[in-house]
Design a protein around this ligand. Structure first.
Ligand code: FPP
Length: 236
């Protein structure tokens, strides 16, 4: 891992439970979750993160009640429209990864706008995963290779095809640290290929309560881990 590729991914879990515990509807938790997104995105470049991927809406989230889906889509659209300028000022390039063929047209338009408005920024890449499924991306990659009749598929080809399947502008760097808030300990179809050697960090903190300090302490804990990538510790 070098500073130039340091990739953190976050599964932002716990919005619904956070709200219900306060006697409010789940949607309230998502609104407060959007504020946590702002805090974390603002702090991330200063903490040395070069790529930050946030799981905003999984392909399985379409199965939630229509009212909740509509609210999350609206929050995403608003975020993409309103935060563009600030992201740009902070040197953040925004990319959305996932399927686009099932999103409301106004969300797709907001994505196009935000991606082009921040395209030249290079301090950090923020990737929002929307209608994202890692298995879908892998299936699409396999299908594309099969259609092309390519039998000699290399690792770099898979990474490239995965990028194409989710509208990324190139292959994703490997994830160095995967954080999941909300107390659950699973990957939920997120970046399965990219997490081959990711370190995992699970915290009981619900996403709306997650702060820049929580992110900094997760990174500090990560810095103390020994990453061996399948080999043995090197002496000296
Ligand atoms: C998981 O909490 C969260 C989601 C499925 C949606 C994530 C959305 C946001 C953080 C807000 C909008 C995002 C942006 C980028 C502005 P959950 O509902 O599964 O919580 P639960 O496990 O407590 O039910």
């Amino acid at each position: 891992m070098t500073q130039s590729t340091f990739h953190v991914a976050i599964i932002m879990d716990g919005n619904g439970r956070w709200a219900l515990a306060r006697g409010r509807p789940r949607e309230w938790g998502h609104r407060r979750g959007a504020e946590a997104v702002r805090r974390v995105v603002e702090a991330a470049p200063g903490l040395g993160i070069r790529t930050l991927t946030l799981y905003a809406f999984s392909s399985d989230n379409w199965l939630r009640p229509a009212r909740e889906v509509t609210l999350v889509m609206r929050l995403l659209q608003r975020y993409l429209r309103r935060e563009c300028e600030e992201l740009s000022e902070n040197g953040v390039r925004l990319r959305v990864v996932g399927r686009r063929d099932r999103l409301p047209p106004e969300v797709v338009a907001a994505i196009d706008h935000a991606e082009s408005a921040t395209a030249s920024r290079a301090r950090m890449t923020l990737r929002l995963a929307i209608d994202y499924s890692s298995r879908y991306a892998l299936l699409e990659a396999v299908r594309t290779a099969a259609r092309a009749g390519t039998s000699d598929v290399q690792r770099a080809d898979v990474a490239e095809l995965l990028g194409q399947a989710v509208h990324s502008d190139g292959p994703s760097p490997d994830v160095d640290l995967m954080i999941r808030t909300g107390g659950e300990q699973r990957l939920s179809d997120f970046l399965l290929w990219e997490c081959a050697y990711a370190e995992l960090h699970f915290t009981p903190t619900m996403w709306p309560d997650f702060t820049a300090e929580d992110l900094a302490s997760a990174l500090q804990e990560f810095a103390g881990r020994e990453r061996r990538f399948g080999t043995v510790a090197l002496a000296g």
